[in-house]
Design a protein around this ligand. Structure first.
Ligand SMILES: [Mg+2]
Length: 387
């Protein structure tokens, strides 16, 4: 059954700028690092028509689109809108797994009885996000995360595409292997050497042969290509820590971008803590430098506060101080902020449903039981190390 949605805002940072500054609407807008080695974080669809895309060096974008508007990111504003959008998600299901400020998986399987079909839920979500944030969001749906995410990408901009279970193989098999998240140039080259370029060819290959070439990743890929996608949507319930992190499309060297990202993560973590009625004392900054000799090691720096905190500004200040205290500031591949040593554990909040009729409450309780049966152990064990 198709029960998983992937929701993704269209050209998020650039769309926010066009919404906040109406004179920018219809113009090519690029948001990113403006310093010498800066990288584009988001490009409006008008800018994409010039061949600009996210992760492109800003210098190259300026050559392609000299008449474009180039803006530094305002991460705090994006985090604020991100929190507003996530609140909408939680009206439809408690099982939300945020992937970044503008992207999340939702498991709506247990909400179908309350809200109708998965397509109806997705349409309502899109309409409500548009109404309350002013922004366009594309949604993909399917029986697994991979299909939902690819469908969402195909639906862009401002679209919706649901792939039902019986359509999965027909949908996946003609696509290039690079559509599978995590299949980068190196894996693509290995697969190409085996004569594999489409997901269908990947499914037809032998799992053992793939394992010999790609290690443990091989059989996993084979399973995904065959429509086996058992990864559940991981939500916050029962967590021991709350974290947000991101991998930069290209190594981040711009201090302004790094610090703005840390601030945005701090605000997002704080919002999730408050939503669940929790607070935490230990702030951890995680970062993964890149570059020669650094070996992509993950560094963590922590500070434990005197009293529990759920305030984004305070978390941001601590995380920024940890970053600024580093003697070296190498280019970063990844940065994250995590809160642990948590206080309080209010039962799952479902404010929207409180005033609903008892029949609906019963349906919801059944839905929650269903969720617990399906995800209970996994959801409860998740936490440590999952920033
Ligand atoms: Mg997006």
């Amino acid at each position: 059954m198709a029960n998983i949605l992937h929701a993704d805002m269209d050209a998020f940072f650039a769309s926010v700028e066009q919404m906040d500054q109406p004179q920018l609407r219809g113009k090519p807008v690029m948001v990113g690092g403006l310093a010498k080695r800066g990288v584009i974080a988001a490009a409006s669809y008008e800018a994409r028509a010039f061949g600009v895309h996210s992760a492109m060096p800003t210098a190259q974008a300026r050559r392609l689109c000299p008449q474009g508007v180039f803006l530094a990111p305002r991460m705090r504003r994006y985090a604020e809108l991100s929190a507003r959008i996530r609140e909408i998600f939680y009206r439809y299901t408690p099982i939300v797994e945020p992937l970044s400020l503008d992207e999340a998986y939702l498991d709506v399987g247990a909400s179908l009885r309350l809200f109708g079909s998965i397509g109806e839920i997705a349409e309502q979500l899109r309409a409500e996000v548009r109404e309350r944030s002013g922004l366009a969001m594309s949604v993909g749906g399917g029986p697994g995360k991979l299909v939902a995410k690819i469908a969402g990408n195909k639906a862009k901009p401002d679209g919706l595409l649901i792939i039902e279970e019986h359509e999965v193989l027909d949908f996946l098999h003609p696509l290039a292997v690079s559509e599978i998240w995590g299949v980068g140039p190196a894996t693509q080259a290995k697969l190409r050497a085996m004569g594999i370029s489409t997901i269908g060819e990947l499914a037809a290959a032998g799992a053992a042969e793939l394992e010999a070439e790609l290690g443990r990743w091989g059989p996993l890929l084979h399973g995904l290509a065959s429509g086996e996608d058992l990864r559940s949507v991981e939500c916050d319930r029962g967590r021991k820590s709350y974290g947000e992190e991101n991998t930069f499309p290209e190594d981040a060297v711009d201090e302004e971008v790094i610090e703005a990202t840390i601030i945005a993560h701090a605000h997002t973590v704080a919002g999730r803590l408050r939503r669940d009625g929790r607070s935490g004392r230990t702030v951890t900054l995680k970062f993964r430098p890149s570059g020669p000799g650094r070996d992509f090691r993950l560094f963590t720096r922590s500070k434990t506060l005197a009293s529990p905190c759920d305030d984004g500004l305070e978390i941001a200040e601590v995380a920024l101080a940890l970053w600024r205290a580093e003697t070296e500031h190498p280019p970063l591949r990844l940065v994250g902020v995590q809160l642990s040593l948590l206080d309080g554990n209010r039962p799952l909040q479902l404010g929207l449903f409180k005033s609903e009729e008892s029949e609906r409450r019963d349906a919801l309780n059944r839905a929650l039981d269903d969720i617990t049966r399906r995800f209970g152990d996994k959801a409860l064990q998740r936490g440590e190390g999952s920033i």
